[in-house]
Design a protein around this ligand. Structure first.
Ligand SMILES: Cc1cc2nc3c(=O)[nH]c(=O)nc-3n(C[C@H](O)[C@H](O)[C@H](O)COP(=O)(O)O)c2cc1C
Length: 186
């Protein structure tokens, strides 16, 4: 019984990992705040260096702010179409307080990226589409959301019921990216 149920969970996990796509068109259906809370609840279970959890999530619903975020993201207009746009930040000071430069420049970004992937997979499993947007001007985003200097905005993530169903972009083959015992150019 336990084995069957674990196998079911494994299939669901594989389906989520492989079936999630970047969605760049959304239906206007609103997202209940409890659903946003559920996404953040799952994001926070990501691993983090020293369990410092240096992530902060700003949920944006105001139309004017969403438009400013789209502009800061080089005019990627689909961002403003999503009912909720999350801006995920890494607290550089939090990680630096224990790990110095490595914490500030590497761990806090890695930790936050892991939380983002949890969030994307959870959103997919709940029927929502997301897109990890990294192309934006950090300094333009800061004043829009009152983001202090110690926080680094890492990603803008529009969330909504999908308005498109794109095919999966190709992945590099395992034989090209897996290196047993030492790195070899393929
Ligand atoms: C760090 C990072 C930055 C990205 N920035 C953007 C972006 O600015 N705009 C965009 O449309 N997609 C962006 N993406 C999404 C990628 O284009 C997408 O993940 C990739 O093409 C693979 O497609 P898939 O997510 O559907 O598997 C970004 C993804 C990552 C991880």
């Amino acid at each position: 019984m336990l084995v069957i149920s674990l196998w079911g969970v494994w299939l669901e996990l594989l389906e989520a990992i492989k079936g999630r796509r970047s969605i760049r068109a959304y239906r206007p259906n609103p997202i209940p705040s409890e659903d946003v809370e559920r996404l953040i609840d799952c994001a926070r279970w990501a691993p983090s260096a020293g369990n410092l959890q240096p992530w902060e999530f700003i949920a944006v619903t105001q139309e004017s702010k969403k438009l400013e975020l789209a502009r800061a993201a080089l005019g990627q207009r689909f961002i403003a179409e999503a009912p909720v746009v999350l801006v995920v930040c890494a607290d550089t000071w939090r990680s630096a307080s224990v790990y110095g430069l490595r914490g500030e420049s590497l761990y806090c970004i890695q930790d936050t990226a892991a939380a983002i992937q949890n969030l994307l997979l959870t959103a997919y499993s709940m029927g929502y589409g997301t897109c990890w947007v990294g192309a934006f001007n950090e300094e333009t985003v800061r004043p829009v959301l009152n983001i202090p200097r110690r926080l680094r905005p890492v990603a803008i993530i529009p969330i909504g019921v999908p308005g498109e169903s794109p095919s999966p972009p190709p992945r590099r083959p395992v034989s090209q990216i897996l290196h047993w015992d030492a790195y070899r150019e393929v």
